[in-house]
Design a protein around this ligand. Structure first.
Ligand SMILES: [Zn+2]
Length: 195
């Protein structure tokens, strides 16, 4: 995740919004990507989709089982379904996306109906690990543009507490504030090795 956050800083330097993604397997980086929306003039070129496309070229279509995807911001709903279909095993992210997120707004990432109805096509939901290095990830957005970041936060586009569907994803009964711990929580048993 630290590398992913550094990549988000590089994306901002290159004229993109500060989004980045890293996919790893067996402790090795498979692919690193930054947002390429401005460069390519294409709103579908989110860092996660760029990374998933490249990873599938390397590992094969739908063969990302055992992979962990790191994103500095919660993946949007557009990027979330390909994560399910490509069989990514674990999704780790830093900043919450309450307006567009594929977990906290529209629950594509953890939707168990997808796998129960479409058995063999969509596997069971990945492990979700939110809030990892959140303060570090938010610092990049602040560096990028303090005014715009404050507006983004104020409007509730990014940032805030990690809660979903009434469940507390920290699992300890408390809320995680945006100024809270930089190590996050998991929906299914610990953020081991996530950083
Ligand atoms: Zn996206």
């Amino acid at each position: 995740m630290a590398r992913c956050i550094e990549l988000s800083r590089i994306a901002a330097r290159e004229g993109e919004l500060p989004f980045a993604c890293v996919i790893c397997r067996d402790g090795k980086v498979v692919v690193e990507a930054t947002n390429q929306v401005s460069r390519d003039g294409d709103v579908t070129r989110h860092a996660e989709l760029v990374a998933i496309s490249t990873a599938q070229r390397i590992l094969g279509r739908g063969r990302l089982g055992g992979c962990t995807l790191y994103s500095n911001v919660e993946p949007c709903v557009m990027c979330s379904l390909p994560m399910r279909e490509s069989r990514i095993s674990r999704v780790v992210f830093s900043i919450k996306s309450p307006l567009m997120g594929g977990f906290s707004r529209w629950n594509v990432l953890d939707d168990k109906n997808l796998s129960s109805v479409m058995m063999g096509y969509v596997p069971k939901p990945p492990e979700i690990v939110p809030g990892i290095l959140m303060q570090e990830a938010e610092a990049v957005w602040h560096e990028w543009n303090p005014l715009i970041w404050s507006i983004i936060r104020k409007r509730g586009v990014f940032g805030g507490h990690f809660r979903h569907g009434g469940d507390d994803t920290r699992g300890d009964g408390g809320e995680q504030s945006v100024e809270g711990p930089s190590s996050g929580a998991t929906t299914s048993g610990g953020g081991r090795g996530s950083q």
